[in-house]
Design a protein around this ligand. Structure first.
Ligand SMILES: [Zn+2]
Length: 374
């Protein structure tokens, strides 16, 4: 089951729902309409959800009491009847702790509001090749908690790698195999822990605060390569929680040896670490050629899922020394050559502009959505 529902009307449940299920679904529905920054009256929420006035009032008053929503003023007059009070997501009361484990030399934490926006930051600097332990993460969370100015609804932890039910099955960057992030941290703090993949976290921020719509392929180029897919506003999780793990798909079976045992994995060809090493001692012209080839290879790897799923939007997140116009234009050119046809509309490859807090914010959003679904 997905950890969150962006689109609670299509969660695939069938059969008879219990009153608790109905209440949960109604909460999610109302929250998703107001998230992140919409303002509607109770009457408008009723119109948009199809729920009765009584049902909307009941759910809204509970959510007001819990600190999830707030009243923000009067709706503009429509000339008929009395003006309703506008509601929005309350960003002042509840807090989330979000931890970003994606950076090589830094553990980054933040206290965020319900929109995932960081209010206070904490960090622990790492030595090169440092082994990150659960105790380090707990120390960072403890420090972050001291800065929280409201009740905490959950702790989010975003990490590269395949993550299933709170366990990082494999994360090459940290050398982790089967590392349970959730159980020890949840036990230590007595607060819900939502651990998730960093590309999925990035995609959530892009969806709500960037330019992404309800269908997108989100790619993250860092030390490794990860991706996430959103289809009809539902993140695709996959059979083994490994959807989007494109870094270890080989696009050249005779390519360089990869630590995973295969050859020519996408990660051995175009990860940030590999490209930076290649460009280090290269001339400007050579650097251009390296980036153009990398752009081509990315598009070569993505052309098939783009065609298969009929995706029109590919958003690429990464540092600007790699994910820059030279790289993006080369990827776009290759994608056009590989996919253009009468029945496939133009797929745009673009750079993600969400900034360095993208992971912190996205994982906090995952916590908020999980909290709503409880
Ligand atoms: Zn590999």
């Amino acid at each position: 089951m997905p950890q969150f529902a962006l689109n609670p009307t299509s969660d695939g449940h069938s059969g008879k729902a219990s009153p608790a299920d109905v209440r949960r679904r109604n909460r999610q529905l109302i929250f998703s309409l107001l998230f992140p920054t919409n303002q509607y009256s109770r009457a408008e929420l009723g119109r948009r959800t199809g729920l009765s006035r009584v049902a909307v009032s009941e759910v809204v008053s509970q959510m007001l009491e819990e600190g999830l929503l707030r009243e923000t003023g009067q709706a503009p007059s429509t000339g008929k009847g009395k003006r309703g009070t506008l509601l929005s997501v309350d960003t002042d009361r509840l807090r989330i702790i979000s931890i970003d484990l994606t950076q090589e030399f830094l553990l980054h934490g933040a206290v965020t509001n319900l929109l995932g926006q960081p209010l206070r930051h904490t960090e622990i600097a790492l030595e090169p090749n440092a082994i990150v332990s659960i105790a380090d993460i707990i120390t960072l969370i403890e420090e972050t908690l001291t800065m929280a100015d409201g009740p905490i609804i959950g702790i989010g932890i975003a990490s590269p790698g395949v993550i299933s039910n709170g366990v990082v099955l494999s994360a090459t960057m940290r050398g982790w195999t089967d590392v349970d992030l959730r159980t020890p941290i949840e036990t230590h703090f007595g607060i819900d822990v939502i651990a998730g993949n960093d590309a999925t976290a990035g995609m959530l921020t892009e969806r709500f605060f960037g330019k992404g719509g309800t269908n997108m392929l989100f790619v993250r180029i860092g030390r490794g390569i990860g991706s996430a897919v959103l289809l009809n506003d539902a993140p695709i999780i996959g059979e083994l929680h490994a959807a989007g793990e494109i870094g270890h798909i080989s696009i050249d079976l005779h390519g360089p040896q990869c630590p995973c045992g295969k050859r020519g994995c996408l990660e051995t060809l175009i990860s940030g670490a590999v490209l930076r090493k290649q460009m280090e001692s290269a001339t400007r012209d050579e650097q251009h050629r390296i980036l153009i080839q990398a752009g081509h290879r990315l598009a070569q790897a993505l052309a098939m899922p783009v065609g298969l799923l009929d995706l029109a939007d590919v958003c690429v997140y990464g540092q600007p020394d790699i994910v820059n116009p030279v790289f993006i234009d080369a990827a776009q050119q290759y994608m056009d050559d590989a996919t253009a046809s009468a029945f496939h509309k133009h797929t745009t490859i673009r750079r993600c502009e969400c900034g360095p807090d993208i992971t912190i914010q996205g994982q906090a959003i995952a916590v908020a959505l999980h909290h709503l679904a409880k």
